[in-house]
Write a protein of this length. Sequence first.
Length: 253
Amino acid sequence: MTPTLQQFLPSIPAESAAAIGWIASAGALIGLALWLFGSRFSRQLVALVAVAAGAALGLQVPRWIGVTIASWSTATVGALILGVIGYIFHKGFVRIGLAILLAAWGIFAAWLLYAPDSKLKLPTRGDSTKLWDYALQFWNALPPDLRISAPLGAGAGLLIASILAFLLPRLAISLFYSLIGFCLMTGLGFLSLSQFRPQLLSTFPNEPRTQLISMAVAIAFGTLLQWWLHPRPRPAAQSGNSQNQPSADKGKG
């Protein structure tokens, strides 16, 4: 693996390495399922994530507004509200998620192509450091080539996501779940291998272009498979004709 990819593998204490390895393995299996079949359960998955997010936000509401009210009640209300919104507008959430993912992949591709051997050193943020000042420090810490290529990669990802979302929405949903599943599968899979079989990490290609091509092929495979398995909406005219056909046949008889 290149130094760029190795930076994403965190250092784990020896006493918790086995537990984290097994958790990462379970997460990698979930990613595998999303990579191959996630789009078939898109509405349910988005609603489930929205319920969890609503409950998590609802737990914090009493503390944010300074009201002495049971946090479980606001968590329940938040879970119900966001769950219903996620279930109804799941395509909108998928489009937003696809835009974020493709923008992140555009930045990651720029990093692999133009700064594969550079190590990112995050600046330390003090208590009095403003968010905007820290963002400028972070930007200045990036390699010079990445300051030009990363915004271009993010913009290209956003443009592709917008085109797919409005012209090929079914393909966009398949691509979203292929991307997020592949990210979980590879990221947590690498983390699991680093704990149980670290010698296998050396078998992966080191050349950045080869890595990008391999990732693109895997993501394209998952996207096309899900696009083929994803249920196609039946045209309204065809559905109406199929319902009216039995009565017409009865009239003829």
